[in-house]
Write a protein that binds this ligand. Structure first.
Ligand SMILES: Nc1ncnc2c1ncn2[C@@H]1O[C@H](COP(=O)(O)OP(=O)(O)OP(=O)(O)O)[C@@H](O)[C@H]1O
Ligand SMILES: [Mg+2]
Length: 512
């Protein structure tokens, strides 16, 4: 494979050469090159911790590189600064930078570029322009005064892209923009990106979804352990070749085989109802069972998980654990009933980013390491190191602050935290989003181990292949009703998709 196929006569929109960056002992970037032409969509791929976000943050002026040269549209930029790089038309939608939840949609779009009326912000013009931009680029009718915290993740991404477009971006960098989106939202994002490319904008697109990379990118740069392995034209390569470049070991079996005896019912839910979310949902999960759950955004699947974990109070119905009726006023009650939940929004609810890996992992399970009220340091260390190893969490050591790990590795810490607490029931909400291929297999293996130990697992995911590969049964929620249930032998991602989008239903014994 040639190291670089991007040496064309045209002036590159972005040219980064020989970039080095270390964080203490970690060599995050080693002599890395990234060259992106205008009017192309350029993929950037690699396993968790490969250096994707770091090279982007060097360009953004968030991290200072130790060595290397950077040019933007042919112009030397010795040390990028956030304001300077934006002035050159390079805009970023970072993996881990959130919008201020209390600003309005229009304020977020025009942040630092508000239209003025004398010394004051011209709110009328700002709201009008925000509405017009959303309509023009996304054909969306959103109220410009809506607060960011009331928008879905997809809408927040849209707001961030709109902000870049409002500033006439020449280069748009998206770090895992689709991780939290459903297929329909991904499709409309891709439409927009293709249109922007055709208008001559250069787009850098980071994703763990290889099909997406193949579908939308003209070229792809593959990183591994801080190095650039190569840059290739996607038309000349298939997904397997990209994966082979990404990993230095083989992933032979994506979904590890499992033969577990199914035991007695552990979680029994009957006629659970939450107004405006879902109605009369009944289900039973037995010891050793992994039951899938899927549904489009707004289907009610997510709210169902929230009710089961005490984050929301159901209006009717009952929940039993080991036959005993339970009602949860708060997640703490659910934890006492030996339930664990891995929430989707892990940065907000899943990990404490200022604490160390060890502190996070042992936080939820402290009582396990207690001996007569004292925490046994040795037992804790051993358990934490075991999980770091099991999930291949890439961290210098267990004392490293979680904020210094790559996005996917932060995710793994959140998963490890709850997997370490030996519960009877596990509620998983999109546990493998933003996690690379290798780590997915490790999470699946751990889930199988928990099931083998007798746990009951409810696995909510929008990755249908994953549900087919992992679950004993899959339940589909459509518009607040459980409309279909598929047994292992009938599982098939096309049928799941049809059911989730309301195109087909099967008999559901569990629907009351
Ligand atoms: N601020 C930091 N301090 C210390 N180490 C860091 C910091 N930021 C990143 N690293 C380390 O640099 C390496 C590369 O991380 P980076 O975030 O670039 O990975 P990535 O390719 O974006 O991975 P992911 O797919 O998980 O988001 C990792 O080992 C990470 O732990
Ligand atoms: Mg990253």
């Amino acid at each position: 494979m040639t190291r670089d196929t991007t040496n064309s006569a045209e002036t590159a929109a972005i040219e980064m050469r020989g970039i080095d960056k270390t964080f203490g002992p970690v060599r995050a970037l080693v002599n890395a090159d990234l060259v992106v032409e205008p009017g192309t969509i350029h993929g950037l791929v690699g396993q968790n911790g490969a250096g994707k976000s770091t090279i982007i943050k060097v360009l953004a002026g968030i991290y200072k590189h130790d060595a290397g040269r950077i040019k933007v549209s042919g112009q030397d930029v010795p040390v990028p600064t956030p304001a300077g790089i934006e002035a050159l038309g390079v805009h970023f939608i970072h993996q881990d930078r959130l919008l201020s939840p209390t600003s309005t949609l229009a304020e977020a779009i025009f942040l630092r570029h508000e239209p003025k009326l004398g010394p004051f912000i011209n709110h009328t013009a700002m709201n009008r322009d925000a509405r017009a931009l959303l309509k023009r680029y996304f054909d969306l009718d959103l109220t410009p005064t809506t607060l960011i915290r009331n928008l879905t993740t997809a809408q927040q991404k849209v707001v961030q892209i709109t902000r870049a477009l409002a500033q006439s971006a020449k280069v748009l960098v998206l770090d895992e923009p689709t991780a939290a989106l459903v297929q329909r939202e991904v499709d409309s994002l891709f439409q927009v990106l293709k249109r922007l490319r055709d208008e001559g904008i250069a787009i850098i697109f980071i994703s763990h979804y290889m099909q997406e990379i193949k579908e939308i990118c003209d070229r792809v740069t593959v990183m591994r352990n801080g190095e650039v392995v190569g840059t290739v034209e996607t038309a000349h390569i298939d997904v397997d070749d990209i994966i082979a470049m990404m990993i230095d070991r083989d992933v032979d079996e994506m979904y590890p085989p499992r033969s577990i005896e199914i035991g007695k019912p552990v979680l029994e839910v009957s006629k659970l109802t939450l107004k405006d979310a879902f109605k009369n949902v009944s289900l039973t999960i037995r010891a050793g069972e992994i039951v899938g759950l899927t549904g489009l955004v707004g289907s009610g699947a997510k709210e169902l998980l929230h009710c089961l974990f005490g984050l929301k109070r159901p209006d009717a119905g009952e929940i039993r654990i080991d036959g005993e009726r339970r009602s949860f006023r708060a997640p703490n009650d659910a934890v006492h009933a030996e339930m664990a939940m891995i929430p989707e929004d892990r940065r907000a609810h899943g990990v404490a980013i200022n604490l160390s890996v060890a502190e996070n992992v042992s936080l939820a399970s402290l009582r396990r390491y207690c001996n007569k009220g004292f925490v046994s340091a040795a037992a804790e260390r051993k358990a934490v190191d075991g999980l770091i190893q099991d999930l291949s969490i890439r961290t210098p050591d267990r004392r490293t602050q979680v904020r210094n790990l790559s996005g996917g590795n932060q995710q793994k810490v959140a998963v490890a935290k709850w997997l370490s607490c030996q519960s009877k029931v596990y509620l998983l909400d999109e546990p493998t989003v933003a996690v690379d291929v290798g780590a997915k297999v490790e999470i699946y293996t751990l889930l199988n181990r928990l099931a083998a130990e007798g746990a009951a697992i409810l696995f909510n995911s929008s990755d249908l292949e994953e549900l087919v590969g992992m679950c004993d049964r899959v339940l589909v929620v459509y518009r607040g009703q459980m409309t279909s249930a598929f047994d292992k032998d009938d599982l098939d991602s096309d049928r799941l998709l049809a059911a989730a989008s309301g195109a087909a239903t099967t008999d559901v014994q569990e629907v009351a």
